[in-house]
Design a binder for this molecule. Structure first.
Ligand SMILES: [Zn+2]
Length: 565
């Protein structure tokens, strides 16, 4: 069946396509919420939804859109639609292979019978699922057990999955070449709007400029947690334990100040203080049954009268029902009227900052103009929405907020800021290194003579230098994301620091170095004005902040140098 070519006019074609994207997105979001969160549906059937919108998976749609994109690659909406349809097209071409990879990964087991691990009932563990090993690495305090566990996991992956991963990698690159996009780096630079080469150079510069500071502080932290020498002993096996598996007495005391029950009240108080009307926009969602849900949510969204003021609605689901996913997530079904924000509060710093992160996404979507096209509202890359999410997550690095709103003592606030800033610097250097590695990996990938031979050693060299923990060469096949997603996150980091510096300078008081910007409703009004325009391109956001370069790391380095001592 071929639908796309029957629509003669290009703009009618694009409109039909956007309508299908918008409606199917609403269907997917509602189905997911009902199944995974509200527990009001037994199953989640994505095939059924895809079947309702044949235009989205029709190959003719892909080829027609490709033609429109190739004719006018600068047109932002076409570019966003094409990028999305290309993802679906590549996904369908590689489906058999990637399903096989995923299934093998889900079933992969790691033999640990000689490592002395015990489960919650004190019983000896013979084998672990590959997917569960990372949780064990986080909680295994014994260095040699942890290393052995990591090595087994890495070996199991190398033996069973590496070659499948490489096959997928090669097939995807040759597919792009066959479509006329031989130079993968140039192609993704254009579709994402990232200057990937510059990001690589910045990554290198960042690692160099923060080398002495990072090595000293992570070295002290590593020594305090493990009693061992960082330069001599630290490996990739240690990372999650050292950063997240172990809390000092002081950090435990801080975690206790963030109980489960205070999470939503603290967020509400903060965002209301910014003038974001969180207590009105976010409505608690907890539905007795499907009928109540249909009436309260679906009908109210679908019966919107465009002549009335916009319905802005975050459906905040904090209920603790059985089987509900615990990780916080945001799913915009329709902007700005129906945005799901789900969390199962547990308490503690990590839980709180994850919720503040998601509430940044949710409020961005809730303040978008209702008349934006789907492509401008929700498509494009993730850089600017991640920027808004990091902005609120990073209140946990704001000493003024931690003392005045969250109730920490000044000493506790200082400690919390230093710990978070160190974790952040680690992540930033990791992304800076991944950025450089992925550029090396994709350089000339579709040209004759390209070889993977030295890629592993390049990976180990770059990541070991950036993170300070020794990386194994084979590990690169577990650490590459499709389509240079790493660039979105790396850029969101520098862009968030630009936004934060702007807010401090314009809406904070000099006595607090601007840190009290969060208490100024004018800062909220400024954010609302940014959010109104939908999913801004990263260059546009940086222009509006007066930096004119989303990759400018200046504000971020100024912050790190001021707070890490
Ligand atoms: Zn996010």
């Amino acid at each position: 069946m071929s639908i796309a070519p029957t629509i003669e006019n290009d703009s009618a074609f694009l409109e039909t396509l956007e309508e299908a994207f918008s409606s199917s997105n609403k269907d997917f979001a509602r189905a997911y919420y009902l199944f995974a969160t509200a527990k009001l549906a037994e199953t989640y059937n994505s095939q059924e939804i895809y079947a309702k919108y044949p235009i989205l998976s029709d190959e003719a749609t892909f080829h027609r859109l490709k033609q429109l994109y190739d004719q006018n690659p600068q047109h932002e909406e076409t570019k966003r639609l094409f990028t999305s349809v290309l993802g679906t097209y590549i996904g369908s071409q590689l489906a058999a292979l990637s399903d096989a990879f995923q299934n093998a990964k889900n079933q992969l087991k790691v033999q640990v019978s000689d490592l002395g691990l015990k489960n919650g009932n004190g019983e000896h563990i013979e084998e672990l699922l590959y997917e569960d090993v990372s949780e064990w690495l986080k909680k295994t305090a014994n260095k040699s057990t942890r290393q052995a566990l990591y090595d087994r996991m890495a070996q199991a992956y190398t033996d069973n999955l590496s070659s499948k991963f490489i096959e997928l990698f090669e097939k995807e690159n040759s597919l792009l070449a066959a479509l006329g996009y031989q130079n993968v780096i140039d192609f993704y630079s254009h579709t994402s709007g990232h200057n990937l080469k510059r990001l690589g150079e910045n990554g290198k510069k960042l690692v160099t400029e923060t080398q002495a500071l990072y090595t000293r502080l992570m070295g002290q932290h590593y020594q305090a947690v493990t009693g061992l020498d960082f330069a001599a002993e630290a490996t990739r096996a240690d990372i999650s334990y050292v950063l997240h598996g172990h809390a000092s007495v002081e950090m435990e005391a801080i975690n206790l100040q963030f109980p489960q029950s205070k999470l939503v009240p603290l967020a509400t108080q903060t965002f209301d203080g910014l003038g974001l009307e969180f207590s009105t926009v976010a409505q608690q969602a907890n539905f007795e049954n499907r009928e109540a849900y249909e009436q309260e949510v679906v009908q109210k969204t679908d019966d919107i009268d465009p002549t009335k003021p916009a319905l802005r609605r975050i459906l905040l689901d904090i209920a603790n029902r059985e089987g509900k996913r615990s990780r916080a997530y945001v799913y915009p079904a329709a902007v700005p009227a129906e945005i799901y924000l789900s969390v199962k509060p547990e308490g503690g710093l990590d839980d709180y900052s994850a919720f503040f992160h998601e509430s940044g996404h949710a409020q961005h979507f809730a303040y978008e103009k209702p008349d934006l096209s789907f492509a401008m509202a929700l498509m494009g890359n993730n850089t600017t929405t991640e920027t808004y999410a990091y902005l609120f997550q990073n209140l946990f690095m704001n000493a003024h907020w931690l003392t005045h709103m969250a109730g920490l003592s000044p000493e506790q606030a200082q400690l919390a800021v230093q710990r978070r800033a160190l974790e952040d610097l680690y992540m930033l250097r990791r992304y800076a290194s991944k950025m450089q590695f992925e550029l090396a990996l994709f350089d000339g990938v579709n040209e004759a003579g390209y070889s993977l031979t030295h890629k592993g050693s390049t990976y180990a060299e770059l990541l070991s230098l950036g993170c300070g923990f020794k990386y194994d060469a084979e590990g690169w096949t577990r650490d590459v994301d499709a389509g240079f997603y790493v660039a979105d996150y790396f850029t969101a980091w520098s862009l968030e620091a630009q936004l934060r510096e702007y807010l401090c300078q314009h809406f904070g008081t000099p006595e607090t170095n601007g840190e009290d910007w969060y208490a100024n409703p004018k800062a909220g009004a400024f954010l609302k004005a940014l959010w109104a325009d939908g999913n801004l391109a990263q260059q546009d956001l940086s222009n509006r902040l007066g930096y004119h370069d989303p990759t400018d790391l200046g504000p971020l380095l100024r912050f790190m140098n001021a707070h890490l001592k």
